[in-house]
Design a protein around this ligand. Structure first.
Ligand code: ADP
Ligand code: MG
Length: 461
């Protein structure tokens, strides 16, 4: 703590470090309690280096940190409008472990005895935390089905595919977690296509232990391979083919995920592709509005952070792509709420989501610009489009031309001119130059222009 106070601003220490409670210290493993999953993710993303350094300094090179989430207060649970399933009351889960010495390989090469495998499942990716909607119902049902009878349903392999952030990893892990809970003796292993590849290379080229590698995988009861599209390369595909056959023949369960359908996987051996189609392939789609909103509510509730319905509704409307982006926006908003100790406004939510999904698409037309300019100066559209040289009207007309050029992509000077009562392009160019010159010399004029521009961009929110 002393070390941390020296390198981190006092305000940050107050917000992020004072809320951590020590739970236990055994050997070199320090267990601490933190208020929420989000809190723990934030700590790791913002202060990992400092935490690492200070732990190593105090506990030595083998230092290890384990987080435990503080149980949710029951009064927060009560304020949740329509909770799916059981509210997470008084449930303490350990969500993330961090090992400074690097993540050890997921497997120990086995002897003849029963394998000891760390399934490498994240307890957060459970079915309880998975919001089901039309976009993922089939995948969720299939995953729950196989979790109830691994290797004994026709869904073998279960092949889940879809774009990024749609929940492939979550649903695959949820199946693994549920299996581990119902059948604790089954050997479950989660591995990514990339990890499999690296382990294979290591087994073959470094250790010269391909047989051990294969033997290890053949002892698994439930094998989850995430992002199988990364499993390119002949040697490891052959190894995987053998493992697949062995497991399948012995009634073991396979769960595979991919960013595309089996038919679209390139650089894959045909015999593997045909096996991927043996069981059930299910696609995950982008979530609809109701599912997005439900996910946000569920997540904010789970983290124990109060965010207004208005803000959640805004996010659900604004971010349509996938769960990961929704989650990213929510995490920033929760950070903001936690740090400022006050409610987050819709304006702030708009700023945060803009960073994630870019500016909202605006459809500003010349017509809209002209009508707002006329309103602003209290003049008629006829006057604006006329050839009148009255100063106030000339100025309004010039501002309308200038804003048309500034706010409408790829519009030509000629088009602006013809839409402004048939002026030529030189007149439009002159108008644009006059307005920008005036903006740099006349403060009040600049304020008018900025005010109109703000009205235009705001009406498109
Ligand atoms: P993918 O593997 O398809 O890229 P992930 O499974 O990693 O996507 O999901 C991205 C994030 O969104 C994860 O944090 C996950 O928990 C969350 N998420 C995805 N689907 C859901 C869902 N249906 N309900 C709640 N959270 C979800
Ligand atoms: Mg994934």
């Amino acid at each position: 703590m002393r070390f941390i106070s020296q390198v981190i601003e006092p305000r940050q220490v107050e917000i992020w470090f004072k809320k951590i409670r020590p739970v236990s210290l055994a050997d070199s493993t320090l267990t601490v309690e933190v208020p929420s999953q989000f809190f723990c993710e934030y700590l790791e993303s913002a202060f990992l280096d400092v935490i690492k350094a200070s732990l190593k300094k105090e506990l030595g090179a083998a230092a290890r940190l384990v987080y435990v989430i503080r149980p949710v207060q029951s009064q927060q649970a009560m304020s949740y409008p329509q909770g799916p399933g059981d509210p997470p009351v008084n449930k303490s889960i350990s969500v993330s472990t961090w090992q400074p010495s690097g993540n050890p390989g997921p497997f120990v090469f086995p002897g003849i005895t029963k394998v000891q495998v760390n399934p490498r499942l994240n307890p957060v990716y459970s079915f309880e935390n998975f919001v089901v909607g039309d976009c993922n119902r089939l995948a969720a049902n299939a995953a729950e089905n196989i979790a109830g009878a691994p290797g004994k349903t026709p869904f073998n392999p279960l092949f889940i595919f879809g774009g990024p952030g749609l929940g492939k990893t979550h649903v695959a892990q949820a199946a693994g977690l549920s299996i581990k809970k119902q059948f604790p003796d089954l050997v479950v292993l989660y591995v990514t296509g990339n990890e499999f590849k690296t382990q294979y290379m290591d087994a073959v080229h470094v250790r010269n232990k391909l047989t051990d590698f294969l033997a290890y995988y053949m002892k698994i009861d439930v094998l989850i391979v995430d992002d199988i599209q990364d499993l390119v390369g002949q040697g490891n595909q052959t190894a995987f083919f053998n493992i697949f056959n062995h497991l399948h023949q012995n009634g073991k369960q396979l769960i595979l995920t991919s960013d595309r359908a089996p038919a679209e996987l390139q650089n894959f051996e045909e015999r593997l592709l045909s096996r991927f189609k043996w069981g059930l392939s299910v696609e995950l789609y982008a979530p609809d509005h109701a599912t997005r909103l439900e996910m946000l509510k569920e997540r904010a509730f789970r983290e124990g952070v109060q965010i207004s319905d208005e803000v959640l509704e805004y996010l659900a409307t604004r971010i349509k792509t996938n769960f990961r982006e929704l989650e990213g926006a929510l995490i920033s908003i929760m950070a903001s709420a936690t740090m400022s100790h006050k409610d987050v406004s819709v304006e702030e939510a708009a700023r945060i989501s803009e960073k994630i999904v870019g500016e909202e698409e605006v459809s500003i037309t010349i017509d809209k610009i002209q009508s707002i300019v006329c309103d602003y100066f209290g003049i008629t559209r006829e006057a604006l489009l006329s050839t009148t040289r009255k100063r106030q009207i000339v100025q309004a007309r010039q501002i309308a031309m200038y804003l048309s050029r500034k706010l409408i992509d790829n519009i030509s000077l000629a088009t602006i001119g013809s839409e402004t009562g048939g002026k030529n392009h030189a007149t439009v160019l002159h108008a644009c130059n006059t307005v920008s010159d005036l903006c740099s010399t006349d403060r009040l004029f600049k304020k008018d222009v900025a005010g109109i521009e703000a009205m235009l961009t705001r009406t498109n929110r």
